[in-house]
Design a binder for this molecule. Structure first.
Ligand code: SF4
Length: 585
């Protein structure tokens, strides 16, 4: 119960689609979503597989709660090997696609091979076909979705890539339902390498649960006690843009390629400014919070911009214009670019010019050239062909590695580690590179009560959060619902009929995190890459609440050493055999 028991495998090389039985033993140990996707990929991918080769796989993974009344369970896991850095890549995407896949009768969809010509996959319950998408190739995600909707009808949920994915940009994303993205690590380029333009799914079935009356009772209680509370009201009233002001006040708002933690133009980007242009609210399937802001300015229309976009494509590029950021966001969504990495690479190019190292014609605060970049990057035209390689590759060619804000080749999200030291550890140890979804300790440090400039207790804090998120994202619950392990367990039993207590769920999170580590080690990504750019250790922040602050390298190393030890890993960051046995890995 909870699971459909079916895995749909689509081979784009042969054009075959077949249904296999779900590995129930893995579902119990890895839950669903992120965990189950990583387990399948670890098993099926030959080490050393080129992420852009036909042999790489894309796994779309639902969870046991998907399609049920459990709140905030509408997300879909997307798992592959990243073309940005070769690491394990898991993203999640909101909207209604996950529920559509489940209602069509599948827990997982595994896509492999490479089509000879551009195609889209059409799933209508048991009917699966691979159809030509040549008429869509070169189109943006918005036009792609409109044309597919017109052809197939509005009951189909659609995900697609834009020109960035087709052109294999290593930070190309996938867009679903016009405005939602699986953003990081180049998942869109993997689709592009497979000639996969889009996925359209119609599901008319339902999900069977073990005990519906009980589920109604616990879901109602969870909504009342945990979800629809004053503490969570921010998601509806503001959404993530609320963090702009909080980050600026605490000195962790990335500004001019992380040279400062506060931005003089932050008021133009903060939530109150955005509310003037908000035309409605949006929510994913079964969400009780509805964090999405539907925004229309003369620059364009988006669901957002979310905090990460306002930070990385706003303050980090020195842009104090909401209209410009909305336009940038809208272009990136349509072209299929991750706004975090795109903002970072432009900011890095701006600093190269500021320091006289290399002039791409980009300047902090110059809106005009900034707005030309998404199109040039996505189509790899002119200087866009260079920027499309990402921050790390640019730094290796032109210099500036010290201020190339990336870990393991993945560009930084919107939280300055010199003002939140545990966030630095979280970036350094996250499996996919600099990532805020693996653990988000800023809530307790910069925004919370714990001293952000101390390493005391931070290794354990990051570990706990990494296990929590790994379990939660495997159950496919939205990160904005801060529910306890006990609550997760309470909801799980009436859905699957199996009892897993809070400790077992936490252990599953630890197992999943360790398996991601094993995947990376197998691909040659070692503990030597668990580090941060030199700027974080050596260049003090300028201005605001974090003026003069560093994360001293010796403190970072002490925190990392304690982290390895607490994890039961070697000094080199390799899980020891006792730990693997304990986790049944
Ligand atoms: S809180 Fe936002 S992201 Fe999370 S499920 Fe609801 S609408 Fe989707």
């Amino acid at each position: 119960m909870g699971y459909t028991g079916n895995v749909l495998r689509v081979d784009l090389t042969t054009g075959r689609a077949q249904v296999e039985e779900l590995r129930r033993d893995w579902a119990r140990k890895y839950l669903g979503g992120k965990g189950l996707g990583i387990r399948y990929l670890y098993e099926e991918l030959t080490p050393g597989t080129d992420p852009l080769a036909p042999e790489n796989k894309v796994i779309l993974a639902t969870g046991p709660f998907t399609g049920t009344i459990v709140p905030c369970s509408g997300k879909l896991g997307v798992i592959t090997r990243s073309p940005a850095n070769g690491a394990i890549l898991d993203c999640s995407i909101g909207g209604n696609m996950a529920a559509a896949i489940k209602f069509a009768g599948y827990d997982l969809v595994i896509v492999e091979g490479r089509a000879a010509v551009p195609v889209f996959i059409k799933i209508s319950d048991q009917e699966v076909s691979i159809e030509s998408a040549e008429f869509l190739w070169g189109q943006g995600t918005h036009e792609t979705e409109m044309q597919l909707r017109e052809r197939l009808g509005s009951d189909f949920k659609i995900m697609s890539i834009g020109p960035a994915g087709e052109n294999l940009v290593p930070f190309a994303c996938i867009t679903a339902e016009l405005y939602r993205q699986a953003g990081r690590g180049g998942i869109g380029a993997v689709w592009g390498s497979k000639n996969l333009k889009a996925l359209a799914v119609q599901g008319t079935g339902s999900v069977r649960v073990a005990d519906m009356p009980k589920l109604l009772e616990v879901a109602r209680r969870a909504m009342r006690e945990d979800l629809l509370t004053d503490t969570n009201l921010w998601a509806y009233t503001d959404g993530t843009p609320m963090l702009v002001e909080m980050s600026n006040n605490t000195g962790i708002l990335p500004t001019r390629n992380f040279q400062s933690g506060c931005f003089e133009g932050f008021a133009e980007l903060k939530s109150d400014a955005l509310k003037h242009y908000r035309k409605g609210k949006r929510a994913c399937f079964a969400c009780g919070l509805g964090c999405g802001n539907y925004t229309v300015t003369s620059g364009g229309r988006v669901e957002g911009p979310e905090y990460e976009t306002l930070a990385l494509a706003g303050s980090n590029c020195g842009i104090a214009s909401l209209d410009a950021v909305v336009k940038f966001n809208s272009l990136c969504d349509d072209l299929g670019l991750d706004t975090i990495s795109t903002g970072n690479v432009i900011a890095f190019a701006m600093e190269l010019a500021q320091r006289g190292i290399k002039d791409f014609g980009l300047r902090f605060g110059d809106v005009e050239n900034y707005l030309h970049m998404p199109e040039l990057i996505a189509r790899k035209q002119g200087i866009g062909a260079e920027l499309a390689r990402g921050v790390k590759a640019l730094a290796e060619q032109y210099g500036g590695l010290e201020f190339a804000m990336q870990v393991k080749g993945l560009e930084f999200p919107g939280y300055e580690p010199r003002g939140s030291w545990a966030m630095g550890l979280a970036y350094a140890t996250a499996p996919r590179g600099a990532c805020h979804m693996s653990a988000w300790p800023v809530a307790e440090e910069a925004y919370g009560e714990r001293d952000p400039f101390s390493i005391e207790g931070k290794a354990q804090l990051v570990i706990d959060l990494q296990h929590y998120n790994a379990a939660k994202f495997s159950l496919i619950l939205c990160d904005f619902w801060a529910l306890s392990f006990d609550r997760m367990a309470e909801l799980l039993e009436p859905v699957t009929g199996e009892k897993l207590d809070a400790a077992q769920l936490e252990r599953a999170g630890e197992r999943i995190f360790n398996l991601a580590r094993l995947f990376n080690l197998r691909e040659g990504i070692s503990g030597a890459q668990d580090t941060l750019p030199g700027r974080i250790f050596k260049q003090p922040l300028q201005g605001g609440a974090t003026d003069g602050k560093l994360l001293p390298e010796d403190q970072f190393k002490a925190m990392l050493g304690e982290y390895y030890q607490l994890r039961g890993w070697s000094k080199e960051g390799v899980p020891l055999s006792e730990k693997l046995t304990e986790l049944e890995l």
